[in-house]
Design a protein around this ligand. Structure first.
Ligand code: ADP
Length: 470
């Protein structure tokens, strides 16, 4: 067959990239044509994303992709969840775009924990995270009531970039499912949850299952003839879709990046008091299936501690040196409590870690290598705890943990996960989110019959690094 080329616009909280995948029928080759940093900015006590800058980077990346691959067929967007753009009926933003780490929802989240979360969880299957879209929109409406009139639609970040690309306003299903506003038993919005948080139903279109063709790219000069595809908008849904998983459903998935996201694919949600207590989030794949997930603090800890000692590693070799030094550091006497909210977005990550350790009778590490070792061991323990929760709640055991994302290249973290969980870990050095995004485009284009066929090719092709529990 003729090669088919698709561009994945993959927007992460700390970096974004435009990656072109070339599908030959027997395998997928990736070319990262553009990478840029991302981050939110503080202003007057709040945190905001810089959307115009991000859009400029997306356009620059797509222009490069087109120059390098004149026959580029399509583009799809995935991004981090929960954040959103409130727009009027012409698509103009009517409210600044807050970042999910803004603490504006902290008080409402505490109030929800005291009253109402049981009902909201039964309706939506999503636990109480302070950054949920539900709480963010509730806070926006309370702080600025005029927004209720000014806004006519709420678009999640990938929805908004799809709109900029194609002029079409959709609410893609996987990204909508993280909002704490979608009916856990169906594929539409939950009227009960919208009413509970006081959010207008008219802000949303019925969630659109993915993948699907949206229409031609009209928003970027030089991309004539390229199709915009509605890929799963949530980067975690894309990462999970890319997992070269066994067909019998016995694998657990770990997407290891800014967050550690551990879960599995299924046909039913995990609900009830035990699931709520364990904070299992019943997110969804683009096609409507369930993706019960536990979300733990991830390599954000490392991302934030490194600058307190030196500059961030810029190359795989520099990361390898840091990990090798950490492997030689002394094993930590006490691990971090990852549920401690003071680690969420502290001024100084080092000070926050030291405070926590001292408060629990531990001793702060002496150098960056020792902090790195402490973080890897603590994340490994956190992953193992999540495995235990799923085995208990789903009443089944899993055979392997598959890892993708930046953390798949951290051998200390993969080994710590295998050791703490007692399960073999297979790490795939693949840009999971981009691969899932491109797979969806290939299905929408008709270049691949369905997602299962894509996965079976990927399983044959990919090499894993294997870590046995010690
Ligand atoms: P995001 O959630 O922002 O998409 P990524 O999946 O890109 O995050 O993961 C970023 C993290 O991956 C970094 O914080 C870093 O700890 C880790 N990482 C990236 N590259 C490497 C590497 N070559 N070796 C070890 N760790 C890496």
């Amino acid at each position: 067959m003729k090669p088919v080329r698709c561009a994945a616009v993959d927007l992460g909280a700390t970096s974004g990239r435009v990656i072109v995948g070339t599908w030959s029928g027997a395998g997928l080759e990736l070319d990262e044509v553009h990478r840029f940093t991302n981050g939110f900015r503080p202003m007057a006590g709040h945190e905001y994303w810089e959307l115009p800058r991000l859009w400029g980077e997306v356009c620059a990346g797509l222009a490069k992709a087109r120059r390098r691959y004149p026959r580029l067929a399509s583009v799809g967007v995935d991004a981090w969840a929960v954040d959103h753009v409130l727009v009027n009926d012409r698509g103009r933003p009517v409210f600044p775009v807050h970042a999910y780490r803004d603490t504006r929802t902290a008080a409402a989240s505490r109030a929800l924990a005291r009253r109402g979360i049981g009902k909201v969880y039964a309706l939506t299957g999503v636990p109480n995270y302070p950054y949920n879209t539900s709480l963010q929109l509730q806070e926006t409406l309370r702080a600025c009531p005029a927004v209720a009139k000014a806004a006519s639609r709420c678009l999640f970040i990938p929805d908004y970039f799809n709109f900029l690309l194609s002029g079409r306003m959709e609410n893609e299903f996987s990204i909508a499912s993280h909002s704490q506003l979608v009916d856990v038993h169906g594929t539409d919005w939950s009227r009960g949850a919208l009413d509970f948080f006081g959010i207008p139903r008219s802000w949303f279109a019925k969630p659109a299952l993915s993948p699907r063709r949206l229409g031609p790219v009209t928003g970027v000069p030089g991309l004539r003839g390229v199709l915009c595809v509605l890929a799963p908008g949530h980067d975690t849904a894309c990462a999970f879709a890319a997992m070269p998983a066994a067909a019998d459903g016995s694998d657990l998935y770990l997407s290891s990046g800014t967050w550690s996201l551990l879960g599995f694919e299924g046909t039913a949600p995990l609900l009830g008091p035990g699931a709520l207590r364990a904070r299992v989030s019943n997110e969804r794949m683009g096609d409507g299936r369930y993706r019960p997930l536990k979300s733990c603090l991830g390599l954000w800890l490392l991302e934030r501690i490194v600058p307190e000692f030196s500059s961030r590693p810029q190359t795989p070799a520099a990361w390898r040196r840091l990990i090798a030094a950490a492997a030689l550091a002394r094993a930590p006497g006490r691990l971090l409590d990852l549920s401690d909210s003071s680690l969420f977005n502290p001024q100084s990550m080092r000070a926050a870690i030291d405070r926590q350790l001292r408060g629990r009778g531990g001793r702060p590490p002496g150098d960056l290598a020792a902090y790195t070792r402490l973080i890897c061991a603590s994340l490994g323990r956190g992953h193992a705890d999540a495995v235990g929760v799923f085995e208990r709640l789903a009443g089944r055991s899993f055979r392997r943990i598959l890892v993708v994302g930046g953390g798949s290249q951290n051998r200390l973290l993969c080994q710590a996960t295998a050791d703490a969980s007692g399960l073999p870990v297979s790490s795939f050095s693949l840009e999971g989110t981009a691969v899932g995004n491109i797979a969806a485009q290939l299905v929408a284009l008709g270049a691949v019959a369905d997602h299962a066929s894509f996965r079976s090719v990927l399983c044959r092709e990919l090499k894993a690094a294997e870590y046995s529990p010690r």
